[in-house]
Design a binder for this molecule. Structure first.
Ligand SMILES: [Zn+2]
Length: 467
């Protein structure tokens, strides 16, 4: 698991509460040219494939210096459907004859290579070991887009079969200028009604995170830069949400940087949903060695600060476990992680052993009925509380707690063990490093501008233009 994933995976009361991400914020689905599907008449009204059908539409040029990002919009897929209002071109990455196809396209892969079937019976089989990109044809008028499994996406989209897994499954990767990507993150991360300054603060954090992760991906030759879900940043696809588009425009190119102490450069600007009042420290919850030294960056370490997320639904919350159940969950996690908690007896208490300078627990002491104690980090403990316990036959012994009110949603926790019951009291939702989305909302409502907010969330970071 990448260090960013756990952090950002925890945030987002937004999506958990509402499961939103469709409806008004999206483009209406592209209207597929039904006439073309039946008669080979293109949407432009000509019955003969034109030269333009085999030429890719010129991509909208990104202004000088603006990087592109490759977003994995689908992982380990077995089938996918691509729609567009114009003919599409599929061609092998790195060279090879292009094929003009009439959408919708159905994508599958096999050890023999990528197969793209179109709506008029054409089947384009590409050779094994070739990734294939799908582009809009030059017949496109104006700024076009694809619709991939119902979500509008910019072209090109690249089909990347997983050859090492036999080629039966594939990833889809959309490539786009970073300023095209950011609105799709904002539309998924924040509620449309939230104030503009909260969108602007989120835009700068998301852009900084994206460029940081992009650099990491390219240095390791990964075939994509960013996941489209909480492993990196939730990404909606192309959006028409006005606040998302305006906040992206008004902060164009702006990123957070750090000059130390700790590693210098673009800041990996983590953010989470609800800090609960006590900021977390990246270096206390994630690894800091073997290429992950960026977690030592000074602006990512929790300091006492003002907060305003008290109205958030998960500012304070409670859940419970049976003592035996929690004991077994901790032990199961310990076995997976190779941690000494695997050997504890029945749980007696869990106490805070150390807090960071913001007062947030960093290390807990877990004591069993024999009086034996082990220590766990706050993040380890959060994960362990949610770990499933499997029977010898592979069935879950306890009801799943991965979502909903029994899920332990953060790592700022108090435990009260009373006989057979454990009461768990939590503060906030998510890892608590960097920007707090609900704090940003309230700060904005109080009239604070995004630059001031970013100084609070990332103390000591600089706001600079990357391009
Ligand atoms: Zn907060």
């Amino acid at each position: 698991m990448r260090p960013g994933s756990l952090g950002i995976a925890l945030r987002l009361v937004t999506r958990w509460v509402r499961g939103w991400g469709s409806g008004g914020v999206l483009f209406a689905s592209s209207v597929v040219c039904l006439a073309a599907a039946v008669t080979l008449v293109s949407c432009q009204g000509t019955s003969v494939p034109r030269l333009g059908d085999l030429l890719p539409a010129p991509a909208t040029p990104a202004p000088a210096g603006e990087p592109d990002v490759r977003v994995r919009i689908k992982a380990r897929a077995t089938s996918s459907r691509i729609e567009a209002p114009v003919r599409l071109i599929a061609r092998p990455v790195g060279g090879g004859p292009p094929r003009a196809l009439v959408p919708p396209l159905t994508i599958t892969t096999s050890p023999a290579g990528v197969l793209v079937a179109d709506s008029v019976g054409e089947r384009a089989q590409f050779p094994a070991a070739a990734d294939v990109e799908v582009l809009l044809s030059a017949s496109t008028s104006g700024a076009g887009h694809l619709t991939v499994d119902g979500k509008p996406q910019p072209a090109p989209v690249t089909i990347v079969p997983r050859w090492r897994d036999g080629g039966q499954i594939f990833d889809l990767v959309a490539t786009m200028p970073v300023e095209t990507y950011i609105p799709g993150v904002l539309a998924k991360e924040l509620f449309p009604s939230w104030p503009m300054q909260s969108f602007e603060a989120q835009a700068v954090a998301a852009r900084s995170y994206a460029l940081h992760e992009r650099a990491r991906a390219r240095s390791s030759n990964r075939h994509f830069d960013l996941e489209s879900d909480t492993r990196d940043q939730a990404y909606e696809g192309l959006t028409r949400l006005t606040a998302a588009l305006e906040a992206t425009r008004s902060t164009r190119g702006q990123v957070l940087t750090t000059r130390g102490p700790g590693p210098a450069g673009v800041l990996r600007a983590y953010y989470s949903s609800v800090c609960g009042g006590r900021a977390s420290s990246a270096a206390e919850i994630w690894p800091t060695t073997n290429g992950l030294e960026f977690n030592l960056a000074s602006p990512l370490q929790g300091l006492p600060r003002t907060h305003a997320c008290t109205a958030a639904p998960l500012y304070r919350w409670e859940t419970a476990r049976k003592t035996d159940e929690l004991t077994r969950r901790l032990k199961a996690w310990g076995r997976e992680a190779g941690h000494r908690v695997a050997s504890i007896d029945r749980l007696r208490s869990i106490d805070i052993l150390r807090q960071n300078s913001a007062g947030r627990p960093v290390i807990y002491r877990v004591t069993d009925a024999r009086g034996v104690s082990v220590t766990m980090t706050a993040e380890e403990l959060r994960v362990a509380c949610n770990t499933g316990v499997l029977s010898p036959t592979g069935a879950e012994l306890f009801p799943p707690v991965r979502n909903g009110p029994t899920h332990v949603r953060g790592s700022d926790l108090d435990f009260l063990v009373r006989g057979d019951d454990v009461l768990i009291r939590g503060r906030g939702f998510g890892h608590g490093v960097g920007l707090c989305q609900y704090c940003a909302k309230s700060f904005a409502e109080q009239g604070m501008d995004y630059r001031s907010m970013l100084r609070i969330f990332y103390p000591g970071a600089n706001l600079e233009n990357a391009y």
